[in-house]
Unconditional design. Structure first.
Lengths: 198, 191
């Protein structure tokens, strides 16, 4: 039985959209719904991703329903696919895209805790940020990190984000109100940091 | 004609740009079907009030694909045409600019010029577009003169692109880039 499951996972076709070194950003697949659902609900993952509502597999499957507005959207989400281990391990996306202000919020979730602390979120975000500035032509990318999430804070700094402000006692987590840090990265600053990437 | 206050959205000198008004549906239908008006607007099929009513239905799209204005003549207090910023491509920051003065007695009075100017400012200053384009029938001299007065340049000629009154006419593809529009504005200020 476990062998069958292994095979069925390998038969799922993967469609890379942006290629990286350790990981690729690929299109989501409804066949991974059970994984997405696991990550969404996993207590270790969701306390940082701030999911406080239980999600059923039906809720997850709704993400794959065709949206009425197929052309322009206010979010773009990719599944992070580990190249060597050949498995999806999280998601990364740009959401709350405002086309007039040309800004968006970036978020990344590594759903498999075994893959934490390996620079994967940083790599995924680097690929997504490049996409945001060179393909979507965004002006500014925001990131919100809640204060206890030290890994995310380090990642934001590594990616060149500057802290814009602190929103005090913004998030209620495990009985305590935590501050939220607002970070931002401008296209012009990203181009300076990545002069060889054009 | 209703003297009720209309909801000015963009203020001009001779005209204002206001939201579409469902009370004026019959006027819009009249313009759409008027043989003198529809000839260059490329309306070959009769429009009914039901066709126009569709503009007033709530949009299912989260992100706007088009913006429609009614052109309101301030002095005589009546709607005289409509304008649109449409086929909005948010990724490329560009859109089509359309204009139709539905009341022929208001032609040739620089109204088209002013309406275009106001819509161009809206598109570049308010909704952050980079390029506007217009497809104008070569025989519609008033329209392409109006585009040129606003800084549009003829990027291309689409040959024998439209069949009007038994003949094929070219379509002129005009466009205006924000960077060129800004330069023109500066030059006008210096003068």
């Amino acid at each position: 039985m476990p062998a069958e499951k292994e095979n069925s996972k390998e038969e799922i076709e993967v469609f890379p959209f942006i290629e990286g070194e350790t990981i690729d950003l690929v299109a989501g697949n409804s066949k991974w719904a059970d994984l997405y659902c696991k990550w969404d609900n996993d207590p270790n993952v969701r306390r940082h991703a701030r999911n406080i509502w239980p999600h059923s597999i039906e809720d997850v499957k709704k993400w794959f329903e065709p949206s009425p507005d197929r052309h322009t959207r206010e979010f773009v989400v990719f599944t992070i696919y580990h190249k060597r281990d050949k498995r999806p391990i999280g998601f990364v996306g740009l959401e709350r895209i405002n086309w007039v202000n040309r800004s968006a919020n970036i978020s990344a979730v590594i759903g498999e805790p075994d893959f934490w602390g390996k620079g994967i979120a940083v790599e995924a975000c680097q690929l997504l940020i490049k996409y945001g500035f060179t393909e979507l032509n965004l002006h500014k990318i925001y990131a919100s990190v809640h204060s206890p999430n030290a890994r995310s804070l380090r990642a934001a700094e590594k990616l060149g984000f500057q802290k814009e402000g602190t929103i005090k006692e913004a998030e209620y987590v495990d009985g305590v109100y935590h501050d939220e840090y607002q970070f931002a990265l401008f296209k012009r600053d990203w181009f300076k940091l990545n002069q060889n990437e054009s | 004609m209703t003297d009720k206050h209309n909801f000015t959205f963009i203020q001009g000198d001779i005209i204002d740009l206001v939201p579409l008004n469902s009370e004026h549906i019959n006027i819009y239908v009249k313009w759409e079907n008027n043989p003198n008006v529809r000839i260059y607007a490329r309306n070959i099929i009769p429009r009914t009030a039901e066709d126009i009513k569709k503009f007033f239905e709530p949009s299912k799209d989260k992100i706007k694909k088009e913006i429609n204005f009614e052109i309101w003549h301030k002095k005589t207090k009546k709607p005289i045409g409509y304008g649109e910023v449409s086929e909005i491509d948010w990724y490329g920051q560009k859109a089509f600019l359309g204009l139709n003065i539905g009341e022929p007695e208001y032609w040739g009075q620089k109204i088209g010029e002013e309406a275009t100017r106001l819509m161009v400012e809206y598109a570049f200053n308010e909704i952050n577009l980079f390029k506007l384009y217009a497809c104008i029938n070569s025989a519609n001299i008033g329209s392409w003169r109006c585009a040129e007065k606003n800084g549009f340049t003829r990027e291309a000629t689409l040959k024998k692109d439209a069949y009007v009154n038994g003949k094929y006419y070219d379509t002129f593809y005009y466009s205006l880039l924000k960077e060129d529009w800004l330069k023109l504005k500066k030059e006008k200020q210096v003068k």
